[in-house]
Structures are given as C-alpha cells and as structure tokens.
Design a protein around this ligand. Structure first.
Ligand SMILES: [Zn+2]
Length: 377
C-alpha cells in the first residue's frame, strides 16, 4: 500500500473475481434429449429434458439447437458438448453409425456449428458418462477405469491414467457387442449373441415378459402390477418389484447380474483394470444386481486367487453422467481441440489444460482453435 494525498491507494488492482466457466452438456439417447448448464465442478445449474422428436437427423438437430437457445437465454456459456448414442470419430465431429438413431456418417458437428456460435464437440454418450464418473464421480483417482452403462443396451468407456481411451478410429469401448453366446439372441447391431442381449435393460424386460407370457405362476405378482398385460412390463417395474422383495423379479435381476459378472471377468482378462463403474438405469437395482455380478466375476476371473481383483462399484451419477461428461469434454476441447487421424487418447493434458483455460478467461491466452496449426502429414 502507498499513501498518496493522505489517502491509502492500492498498489495494484485487486484480482478480478471471474464467474465460473459454464458449458452446456447434451445427452441424446434413443428416447430423450437431456440438456444442462454445467459448471467446472460438474454441478448442473439448469436442466431441460425433451423427448427425442423422431429418428430423423434433422429433427434431432433442431431439438439440439432449441435446447441450446433456451439454456443460453439465461446463462453465458463458452462451449457445448454433445454425447450421442452412436459411434463418433476421433475428431469428435462425425457420428459414423448409431444403432438406435438414423445417423449414418452424419457430420453432426459441422451441421450444428452453422447454427450454434460457440465451440462444440460431439462424443459417444458412454464416453461422456465415463468421463463424468472419472472426473467427478465414482472413478476419481482410479488408474484404469472401465465404465459399463446398462441402459437399453450396454455402453462403455475406458479411462487410462486420466485419459479417455478412444481407440484408433474413436470407436473403442463397444463391449456390449462382444459376442457372449454364439448364435444367441439377435442384436440391433445385426449380429447374434452380443453381451448386451443378456446383461442390459432390454434383456431384463425380454426375460420378464417371456416368463409372464408362459403363464408361470411365479410371474403372478409381476403380471398383477401391469394389469395382466405382459407387454406393459418395463425394466424400472421389474427393479421396483425386486426392491420390494418380489422373489421372481430378484431372480431376473440376478440372471442379468450373472451375465454382467461374466463379461466383467472377460474384460478383466483383456484390460486388467482396478475399477469397474456400473451405471445406467439397471444399476438402480443396487446390490440386487451388483452382488450376483460380483459372485459371477469371482467365479470366472482368470487367475482368481492369485491376482488383485478389480473393484465393482455403482456409478455416482445415474441419469446425468452423459450430460455432465459431455459438458466437461467440451470445456477441455477449448484448450486442446480434438484432431482427426490422431491416435485415440483424448483429453491428454488435463492439468495444463486447466491452467490454459484460466489464462484464456483472464485474457492472457489466445484459444488454440483460433491459431493456425502446422498441418500434419
Ligand atoms: Zn450387437
């Protein structure tokens, strides 16, 4: 402090208090579009949920633009991240294929960038969910984390040493389509016997309905809950019945858990992780799913008894992981833009990225995306 003309003058201006940087995360599934404004601690400040309007790419695009406009009306956001139920390239730009929506080589980022004037990225919804669990949820501090999202199918994400592993072409983590039963149940991907046909919400519903249609007396309570119509049995209904102690629903969940544990043992043989995070709608069953999964895992793990075992835990976020992770990935993309053709770990420089983001907000750094980069061979 210096004294000037009898008054105390600050030697330098006080540090500015900056508002937290906000991003919009959008999770696009086969049935709903969930969007939210998310801060840099993974906290959702406002959210919107709309039904996915149809399977037409243009209608989905319109729905995305609409929720972004509505959220930006009351928040200043710096980026938009989209978690899409599809296989997305390493440039986080093109949805190559979606089993549940009509995207086929869809240049989603380019189309949306014409209508949304802040930087945006597109990623796989399960990658986004895995990233949220690693950054803010059950996976914090793990070295090799495998995320398994049990929804209508099985989504997957892999975080190794603080980086999302995306594979050579951006399509790693699709373990739901590893074949568990050769010649088994038909899968939406076109193959038969995929793991997600046995350890997912769809599998739970299919088995429950089949049992109800067989007029088995053990399905009496489930049928009673839906007025006698097997087609009205849903995954959440079976879970609710199981949580109330209905023995048949508990068995159905235990079957799904058994398939889950067996697949987890297979993934352990391939990847040797320290942690499996189990999320998605079916994980609402908690221990009714996790305990049978743990038992099957213990029984089938190769080298069991002579190796440290990965832990199986429930996800911290149930329905919000996709949008929180997509928002956080968009924030990372501001300082480390994804690039096509690059081998698939991204984001890579988490700590430096944070510092750069702070400098950029304070006006000390020009965003990398505005600086021309040397072209790569
Ligand atoms: Zn499949």
């Amino acid at each position: 402090m210096t004294v000037l003309n009898g008054s105390v003058q600050p030697r330098s201006p006080l540090p500015r208090v900056l508002p937290p940087p906000l991003s919009i995360g959008i999770d696009i599934g086969g049935t709903k579009v969930a969007a939210g404004v998310v801060d840099d601690n993974g906290i959702i400040l406002e959210r919107l949920i709309e039904p996915t309007p149809s399977h037409s790419p243009l209608a989905v695009e319109n729905a995305i633009v609409d929720v972004v406009d509505r959220l930006r009306a009351s928040h200043v956001v710096e980026s938009v991240g989209i978690g899409a139920a599809g296989w997305v390239d390493n440039a986080q730009a093109v949805v190559a294929f979606s089993p549940h929506l009509a995207w086929r080589s869809e240049p989603l980022k380019a189309r949306l960038s014409e209508r949304i004037d802040v930087p945006l990225i597109v990623d796989n919804d399960a990658n986004a969910a895995a990233w949220a669990e690693y950054r803010f949820g059950a996976g914090k501090g793990s070295s090799v984390m495998v995320c398994i999202t049990l929804g209508t199918g099985i989504g997957g994400g892999l975080v190794i040493n603080g980086q999302l592993f995306r594979g050579t072409y951006g399509m790693a983590g699709e373990w739901g389509h590893m074949i568990s039963v050769p010649g088994g149940q038909r899968c939406e991907c076109g193959n038969r016997g995929c793991w997600e046909q046995y350890a997912s919400g769809n599998a739970l519903v299919r088995e429950a309905r089949e049992l109800a249609r067989s007029n088995s007396p053990v399905a009496y309570r489930l049928l009673e809950m839906v007025g006698g119509d097997p087609d009205k049995i849903t995954g959440p209904l079976v879970t609710e019945a199981a949580l109330q102690g209905e023995p048949n629903a508990i068995e159905l969940l235990a079957d799904v858990g058994g398939w889950l544990g067996q697949g987890i043992a297979n993934l352990t043989a391939a990847l040797d992780p320290d942690l499996f995070v189990i999320g998605g709608g079916v994980s609402a069953a908690g221990d009714l799913l996790l305990k049978p999964a743990q038992a099957a895992f213990d029984r089938t793990l190769t080298g069991r008894g002579y190796r440290p075992e990965a832990r199986l835990v429930l996800a911290h976020f149930r329905n919000d992981a996709g949008l929180i992770g997509a928002a956080d990935l968009a924030r990372h993309a501001m300082v480390e833009p994804p690039e096509s053709g690059r081998f698939g770990f991204w984001p890579r420089r988490r700590k430096r990225g944070r510092k750069a983001a702070r400098q950029r907000r304070e006006g000390l750094l020009v965003p990398r995306s505005t600086v021309s980069r040397r072209s790569r061979p």
